[in-house]
Write a protein that binds this ligand. Structure first.
Ligand code: PLP
Length: 209
């Protein structure tokens, strides 16, 4: 089989496996040509980690939804405010205010990225600061808190970390309302078992770099 057809087959298998859970096709390392093949197959939800790439692809394929999943600097906030369908990696109020200034009349759904891996080098709001952060975020016009996002630790403790994120979401939203965006290529099955509503898959869909 040719590589394009193989990718489409992987995508179809994932779509039926994931069923109600939303798949984000993380296209950050993927050339335009492969993105086009997936769009032709019917995919509409893509994740990008660099603001300029998100802007470029959102302009090229406005019929799709482009989700921002990577770290964001304030000076790039306008790309996200204008072009992202959802911002998954919000962990700083000043940056959120900058994004809100460029939403141009719409309301951008935002997920708080939580540092569930307990690794100080990772991005994300500390679990015990999430409630206060959510309160501050809710004061910002133009953004709407839509759920939580987290990245599992490398190695041990993945399931516990996902459980922690789920219980934070349940507490914050008073039940299972609110998105729970967790799970990547190496741990998405555990994430789905623990209640993920969105998984972010790159390498297992597009092949490793
Ligand atoms: C790159 C990336 C992914 C996808 O990772 P894979 O392991 O390739 O599936 C998911 N989430 C974030 C935040 C990423 O940066």
């Amino acid at each position: 089989m040719d590589p394009h057809q193989e990718m489409v087959s992987r995508w179809q298998a994932l779509k039926s496996e994931l069923d109600q859970v939303k798949l984000l096709a993380v296209s950050k390392y993927t050339p335009d040509e492969m993105v086009q093949v997936l769009i032709d197959a019917g995919e509409t939800e893509f994740g990008e980690s660099r603001p300029q790439s998100l802007r470029d692809r959102a302009e090229k394929w406005p019929q799709c939804n482009w989700h921002m999943i990577g770290p964001l600097q304030k000076n790039k906030a306008k790309y996200i405010g204008r072009h992202a369908a959802m911002w998954h990696s919000c962990d700083d109020i000043a940056t959120a205010e900058a994004v809100a200034r460029s939403v141009e009349g719409r309301v951008l759904p935002v997920l708080i990225q939580v540092n569930i891996a307990g690794n100080p080098n990772q991005r994300g709001v500390a679990p015990d600061k999430v409630a206060a952060f959510a309160h501050d975020l809710s004061q910002i016009e133009g953004l709407k808190l839509a759920g939580l996002m987290g990245m599992g630790p490398q190695g041990e403790g993945v399931r516990d970390a996902f459980r922690q994120l789920r219980s934070l979401r349940d507490n914050l939203f008073g039940g299972s309302f609110g998105e729970l965006c967790m799970g990547m290529s190496n741990d998405y099955r555990i994430a789905v078992e623990e209640g993920a509503t969105i998984v972010r898959l790159g390498s297992m869909l597009f092949g490793s770099r």
